[in-house]
Design a protein. Sequence first.
Length: 358
Amino acid sequence: MFYREAGDFKTSYVDDSQTFPIRFDRYRYYAVLVAAFAVVPFVIDDYWVNAIFLPFLIYSIAAIGLNILVGYCGQVSLGTGGFMAVGAYACYKLMTGFPDVNIFFHIVIAGGITAAVGVLFGLPSLRIKGFYLAVATLAAQFFLVWLFNRVPWFYNYSASGQISAPERTIFGVPITGAETAPWATYLFCLVFVVGSAFVARNLTRGMAGRKWMAIRDMDIAAEIIGVNPLRAKLSAFAVSSFFVGISGALFFAVYLGAVEVGEVFGINKSFLVLFMVIIGGLGSIFGSFAGAAFLVLLPVLLKNTLVGTLGWPTDLAAHLELVIVGGLIIVFLVAEPHGLAQLWRVAKEKLRLWPFPH
């Protein structure tokens, strides 16, 4: 019995409804947070940060945002890449227009701007749903990429069409630019990840989350029992776009430093984040982290194994990665629609009962 639940009593509704009702889970969660903040920054180098940790943290925020919209509210979206571009360009305009303001506030405000744009493109969800809504969000993806390519004001009339993040610091420590330290960018993104997960978890467990799930399960019945479809759907688009905008701002300013919208935030980015949600598990905050970790670690593992160890051509390893991801999506959709989160949930239940058979 790995969980040692004997004597773990609940004496109030607050204790019984907390995120980790089992004491062992809470201690493990605190241990992971302590290790992430106090241990990892001292043992990582530039390769680990740029190849694994930063992509994982930033994609986790984007997957959380998309999971709120698709997994909790049931509104299909294929415009994640476009909304990430909104966050990136909003952050760029804020950084260049208000250089004295802390970059932390620039990223948060960029998320708010993306939320407003998400609400605008979420208006069709009041009339259409399913495949038709997916096509509408796909149109938003192409329109936003076209807009940022064709209007020079967004990239400050640069001849190349690229946007580059100016150097910014927090408490004297560089966060953007060429002089950044790996531990600084890692901790900066980690703060946003922890904050996003905390807010998303509490939203989905509260009244807003229950309204979203009622709309997802049956919107007509939800409206009959008093759920306002207008507020529920648009609030889901707003919250989802807010997180996606933050991830886009971090992806541009902290991770890459310079982007061109068509290459970085194209349709492939939208599908990548959607695959993270599908593989990780719809309607699960943990599933967002699991899917992001899987699709970030898989290319690194294949490259080191197939190219570095076995000597395969790089293009062949990249094609094999696409085959594996496509096959896993089919397997999860057919065999386990709730993804890695459900497998983890089942494993935890088995551990709670072991060694008893029932």
